[in-house]
Write a protein that binds this ligand. Sequence first.
Ligand SMILES: [Zn+2]
Ligand SMILES: [Zn+2]
Length: 171
Amino acid sequence: MEIFHESNREKFLWIGYHQTRGWVILDRLLHPNKANHKSGDNFYFVRCIDWTIYKEKKSNWGEPNYIFVINYLENLDNDKRKTSEEEGTKFLKEFLNKKRHDFHKKYIETIHNNFLKQKGSKPSTIIKAIKRRESVCWSCHDTVDNKYDFECSACGWIICSNCGACKQFGC
Ligand SMILES: [Zn+2]
Ligand SMILES: [Zn+2]
């Protein structure tokens, strides 16, 4: 059980159970899922069974829709608890070790291409830079840092993880 508390506390990763979707993860490191993120009404969850991303209204997060893993396991019968605990642990580890990076990348790719589409520009790919740079997003004024953020392969600017913008008059 400790692994669940630990991931919630130290790795900013909430795992729980949803009535119809089964095991789900709320990755608090993803920009719109951060506790201090004010704008937007939605969280982006991952459904563990097929690792798909879906949007959920922030107000829906909580019981009885979403039950934190510990509370969920405590209410199960003894025999079911053990297999469920193993299942949840397996998903949690797989996400941390393999899926988390892809999940962040896929999310940035989506908001970046939405941004380009709105501007009437062509879609672009995203890359990870080697040389460290920090700046401020011209569009929403959030800080951008390519240590964490990706760059646009077309214009070379750091993509804002809040609004998806790259270069103002570039792309
Ligand atoms: Zn921005
Ligand atoms: Zn660009």
